[in-house]
Design a protein around this ligand. Structure first.
Ligand code: GLY
Ligand code: MN
Ligand code: MN
Length: 239
């Protein structure tokens, strides 16, 4: 990855690695979204050019022996996060970790989403992207301006796997053996009162999580997601 490279070149590398390692197919069309494109949900054109100073959001997974994977990481194109990018990234990561902690047997399906929303709402207030009290912001779901999708879905034979989320009007309790994604994000489009330094930052961090008897196991845990790990990885590419 480097400035000047097209998003589809990264997509092609992903497809190549999937097949080379024995996967039969991508689990869905990969999303490789640089800069403002990361703020377009389900962006699949992948024909933009990566720019110095931008982030690139990569959401890709393969299908192996019938099972789908679904993983998102967000990288700085030139290898280092800017200050505002770091602020948003750390916030999404904190939301994701809180959501993953809520994945355990007996918790409702909605628990990870609620945990993520709580962290995001507080963080957006702290960064000045939302105004008012936490309670007001939570009540009005003000976070939805920047986080407009749910925190996950069932994962299995299909990427958005079959299965109820509610039964008899209530969120299902999580049970050992269930697999779900945990994928909070924050997408800040330019304009609408957003300070310029936050404009066009789009971050999502997505892992695949198995509910176990005692809590959870992150099946995609080997993919780096801490800022220092990502910056180290990007530096090592240059060597
Ligand atoms: N890649 C599709 C999704 O994350 O739900
Ligand atoms: Mn997903
Ligand atoms: Mn995904």
């Amino acid at each position: 990855m480097r400035p000047g490279r097209a998003e589809y070149e990264i997509e092609a590398e992903l497809q190549y690695e999937f097949r080379r390692h024995g996967a039969q197919a991508p689990a869905y069309t990969p999303i490789v979204a640089g800069g403002a494109n990361a703020c377009i949900l389900h962006y699949v054109q992948n024909d933009g050019v990566l720019k110095d100073g931008d982030l690139v959001l990569i959401d890709a997974g393969c299908e192996l022996d019938g099972y789908a994977s679904d993983l998102t990481r967000t990288f700085p194109v030139s290898g280092k996060f800017s200050g505002p990018q770091k602020d948003i990234y750390e916030l999404v990561l904190a939301a994701q970790m809180a959501a993953i902690s809520a994945v355990k047997p007996g918790n409702a399906w909605s628990a990870p989403h609620e945990a993520a929303v709580k962290v995001l709402t507080q963080g957006l207030l702290d960064l000045g992207l939302l105004a008012g009290s936490v309670d007001q912001a939570a009540e009005s779901e003000a976070y939805r301006k920047f986080y407009m999708h749910r925190t996950g879905h069932w994962l299995g034979l299909d990427v958005h796997d079959a299965g109820d989320y509610k039964r008899e009007g209530r969120w299902r309790p999580l049970e050992p053996g269930m697999v779900l994604t945990v994928e909070p994000g924050c997408y800040i489009r330019a304009g609408a009162g957003v300070p310029e330094h936050f404009a066009n930052i789009g971050v999502r961090i997505e892992d695949d999580v198995l509910v176990t008897a005692s809590g959870n196991e992150i099946l995609t845990g080997e993919a780096p997601k801490r800022i220092a790990e990502i910056e180290d990885l990007m530096r090592s590419q240059d060597d």
